[in-house]
Design a protein around this ligand. Structure first.
Ligand code: XIL
Length: 273
């Protein structure tokens, strides 16, 4: 069976209320376990790739809270991931909360609700909040910092901040190490969770060389910060990357090219590790 990278998302796992489908995700978990790899569950609560029955916004606060509880509990219990992206992309780029069906119906307390539910489903899993455009210092990173600080003060279970790392060649934020350090200083883990570094097409040797430097910069920043526990890339070959489908005119963001041949970016990763 082919691996389907979106198979733990809401639309795939609870396509109608109370009906859970785990088969596609199980294939990935089994393969990882066989090879001694860690599993990062992705994800419990996210506004995108949500099931239409939730997205439609037909539920009141109490009902949606119970729907979130059932979803997170069932998911985290079934997959027993080592790590979970419990909440994905809660912020707008200006640091305000994103107005999703969860935020609009429940308010910001959907976040502690999801985290507490995940903890009760699997006390051993590391629980993360994950977002993009929080690689460098800035309004969105500050919002993440404040949220995690507040959760910790309220004794809400939170183990880590996931920094997605969907970056652009030549534009890696210069403050990336300082920012990862600021997150780690909160006393949580930090991980780069979805690294890819895209370029304007066509590919040239100069862009590939810059991409190598950029991968090195990101890996080195994580290595230099004690609480930064690892880096995950978002797919591995350009052949299957989501980038060309979502960012018109851009692509080639990964360490292996469309023919599965290693690019300079691969050596950049190895050099920096
Ligand atoms: C992407 C997938 O790679 C695509 O196949 C899908 O069409 C859209 O979502 N941030 C995330 C990921 O947390 O789940 C997204 O994955 C990429 C951005």
């Amino acid at each position: 069976m082919p691996l389907k990278s979106n198979s733990m998302k809401w639309f795939a796992t609870e396509p109608s209320r109370g009906n859970f489908t785990f088969a596609d995700g199980d294939v990935i978990v089994e393969l990882a376990k066989k090879n001694g790899q860690l599993i990062r569950g992705h994800n419990c609560v996210w506004h995108s790739q949500l099931a239409p029955w939730v997205e439609a916004g037909h539920f009141d606060n109490a009902t949606l809270r119970s729907i979130v509880e059932t979803h997170c509990h069932t998911l985290v219990k079934h997959y027993k991931g080592d790590i979970w992206d419990v909440v994905n992309e809660p912020f707008n780029d200006d640091g305000t909360f994103r107005e999703t069906v969860f935020y609009n119906t429940i308010g910001p307390s959907y976040i502690p609700l999801a985290l507490r539910t995940a903890r009760s489903a699997d006390p051993r899993a590391k629980l993360y909040i994950n977002d993009y455009n929080i690689e460098g210092l800035g309004a969105k990173s500050t919002a993440m910092l404040n949220l995690v600080q507040q959760l910790k003060r309220g004794r809400v279970p939170i183990d880590g901040i996931g920094v997605q790392g969907h970056l652009v060649v030549g534009e890696v934020p210069t403050t990336i190490q300082a920012n990862l350090q600021a997150f780690a200083d909160l006393g949580v883990e930090v991980a780069i969770t979805e690294l890819d570094i895209r370029m304007d097409l066509p590919v040239t040797n100069a862009k590939l060389a810059q991409q190598k430097v950029d991968y090195q910069t990101v890996i080195s920043a994580c290595k230099a910060v004690k609480g930064c526990i690892g880096v995950t890339i978002w797919d591995w070959t350009d052949k299957y990357s989501w980038v060309p489908g979502v960012f018109p005119g851009q692509g080639a963001p990964l360490p292996w090219d469309e023919n599965l041949v290693k690019k300079p970016a691969y050596d950049g990763i190895v050099d920096a590790w």
